[in-house]
Design a protein around this ligand. Sequence first.
Ligand code: MG
Length: 158
Amino acid sequence: MRIGHGYDAHRFGPGRPLVLGGVTIPYERGLLAHSDGDVLIHALCDALLGAAALGDIGRHFPDSSKDYENIDSRILLRKVAVLVRGQSLRVGNIDITVIAQHPKLMPYVAAMRQCLAADLAVHEDQINIKATTTEGMGFTGRGEGIAAHAVALLLPAA
Ligand code: MG
């Protein structure tokens, strides 16, 4: 079995939807990025690519490319799933921690797990999503942005 870790952080900005784990969350600000800013999926992609020894999300989907401008990050996740399968690997389990002072994310976790499970063709019980604040400390605590950590365990496909 192989393990991988991913981390990402994005800054809040006005006039953008907040998309996390493929779910659009009602909030006054969204995350700035070349893509849709789905920091949760970006961390997950890096965990999966890391476990498969395939580098990172920036190598496969460079933010200098017009192809990925404002792209739905679920499309990137599905592409990463294909890359993982191409290495004869399958997902064992995934654990994700989202770090955000606001908004409250727990009401959306079930829908996020559904999105990720569908994109990776796994069962929802193979995916765990946790949300925490930093009790007001640091850039997430000040509400400047959202960060996410992900850990993925991959198993031989056969
Ligand atoms: Mg990112």
